[in-house]
Design a protein around this ligand. Structure first.
Ligand code: FE2
Length: 491
């Protein structure tokens, strides 16, 4: 049977995969990916939305020369479900999703945050201090052993710094300080966004608190050395809904699209915690801030953000829709936003009126899950890698694309498989140019009923190596490359 990529993978595997092509000798770490591994469960129940599948981790440890397997380039592969409350509930037929499936999930997500936070952490794998943690849009992370992928238990927001009931799944790391910055939403009489940061040693500290009239659904934010940018879309939630009696719609369906609000871009000083500017621009929606940086001595904040047409992108990702090939609104475009802070720099006034926003389209290429080199995080970047999608979308991404913000030229790769996932750029340790390195991506070969890992050249997107998995993995979300997770330690 041909796979749509939205199937359930039941097996957990460990295998050494032979490699076709050549792995760079310096590529000796591990790619850990996270995504929904199963959408239906043994008792016949199922979730309704791609974002609600049960979290599965995948690890690919690169072994050039085959030091850990006795000769020949190899990739050591392993996949495993997270063992969470959600996983246990699914085994007993009681899992009701948490994002777009189930009727009580908003209430349970808000009410249960102290005792039983939502833990189907299927979005990102991150390193927090010495711990490896799977993340979702809840303040509860789920720790795992990076070698075995065994679940080690909850990782909550420890310490005195404030938190909330909802979180951006994407933390942002400042490579200069090692700080890992988070954005949580606290619902209340006055709802607030709390920015906090984990230090490299794993302590949490408060950075800033930004009040909001009505909280927005936000999947990520932007970070520069001096600022945090909170892009508050007009997809808003009235917290009083939580108190209403009777049946509740699924979590995300409780948010309402209020385009008249426009999009508030709150620029927050990381040192003082002050909102130095909060210009309002046209109504926007999207999930991923790619990267951000400062220009003009810090008086201009620039960030790349992948916009989608509007919040119906979320509706387009219901499984019934994607399996039918009706993914109309999911193709994004990467836009570069520049906030001129005007006279706001150096003041701590709330709501400086002088700030202005400009917007420039990097490319007309349809995209999903855009990324930039981690070596460029918080600094100016030139290249964006993404899944390439046609619009309107009738099938999943058929290619990987590389956008060049300087020339506007796009490169693509689309060979050797049918559908491609998020590209992760790994910089070469001794590289001179931003794109010296490789791009890692997982693709699905429908006829072969197998997924395949591709190692592409970061400059040209030419294939350098591939390895075929023992099964077809469902389409997943995000991966991180961890150079410290090496084969000798892993096997
Ligand atoms: Fe994401």
């Amino acid at each position: 049977m041909a796979h749509s990529g939205f199937h359930s993978l039941r097996e957990e595997t460990a295998a050494s995969l032979p490699v076709t092509g050549d792995l760079p000798d310096w590529l000796r770490g591990s790619l850990i990916r996270n995504g929904p591994g199963a959408f239906s469960f043994p008792d016949g129940s199922a979730v309704d939305h791609w974002f609600d599948g049960l979290a599965m981790l995948y690890r690919f440890t690169f072994d050039p020369g085959g030091r850990a397997s006795g000769g020949g380039d190899a990739v050591h592969y392993r996949n495993r479900f997270l063992r969470t409350d959600a996983y246990e509930a699914a085994r007993s037929g009681e899992f009701d999703g948490g994002f777009a499936t189930g009727e009580t999930t908003l209430r349970s997500r808000l009410a249960g945050f102290l005792t039983a936070p939502y833990d189907n952490a299927n979005i990102v794998a991150e390193r927090v201090g010495d711990r490896y943690v799977a993340l979702t849009e809840s303040p509860r992370g789920v720790g795992f052993d990076p070698n075995t992928l065994a679940t080690t238990g909850p990782v909550d927001r420890e310490g005195d710094a404030p938190s909330g009931q909802l979180s951006c799944a994407h933390f942002k790391r400042d490579p200069a300080t090692g700080a890992l910055v988070t954005l949580d939403t606290e619902f209340g009489r006055t709802s607030r966004y709390h920015v906090t940061a984990w230090t490299p040693s794993g302590d949490r500290r408060h950075v800033a608190t930004v009040p909001t009239e009505k909280p927005a659904y936000m999947h990520s934010f932007a970070l520069t050395p001096r600022y945090v940018v909170v892009t508050e879309f007009p997809l808003r939630l009235d917290p009083r809904r939580f108190l209403r009696p009777g049946r509740q719609a699924p979590f995300i369906e409780q948010f309402e699209w209020e385009p008249d609000r426009g999009t508030r871009i709150a620029v927050v000083d990381r040192t003082t915690g002050a909102v130095v500017a909060e210009p309002v621009t046209e109504p926007l929606f999207g999930f991923h801030h790619v990267n951000a940086f400062e220009r003009a001595g810090g008086s201009e904040v620039v960030f790349d953000f992948e916009t989608v047409p509007d919040a119906t992108a979320i509706d387009s990702l219901y499984l019934e829709t994607v399996r039918a090939g009706e993914m109309g609104a999911i193709a994004g475009r990467v836009d570069r936003f520049a906030v001129d802070l005007g006279g706001a720099v150096g003041t701590d006034r709330y709501g400086a009126a002088e700030a202005t926003v400009s917007r420039e389209r990097l490319s007309d290429e349809g995209t999903a899950l855009p990324t930039a080199s981690p070596a460029r995080w918080c600094r100016e970047h030139r290249y964006v890698y993404a899944m390439g999608m046609d619009a309107p979308v009738t099938e999943w991404a058929r290619r990987v694309v590389k956008l060049d913000a300087e020339t506007g030229v796009t490169r693509t790769f689309g060979d050797g498989a049918d559908y491609f996932g998020e590209p992760v750029f790994v910089p070469a340790p001794d590289g001179d140019d931003e794109d010296d390195g490789v791009v890692l991506t997982i693709a699905l070969d429908v006829d072969a009923d197998r997924s395949r890992l591709f190692v592409l050249d970061g400059e040209t997107l030419a294939e350098r190596a591939r390895a075929t998995l023992p099964h077809a993995a469902p389409f997943d979300f995000h991966g991180r490359y961890f150079p410290e997770l090496r084969a000798a330690a892993a096997e």
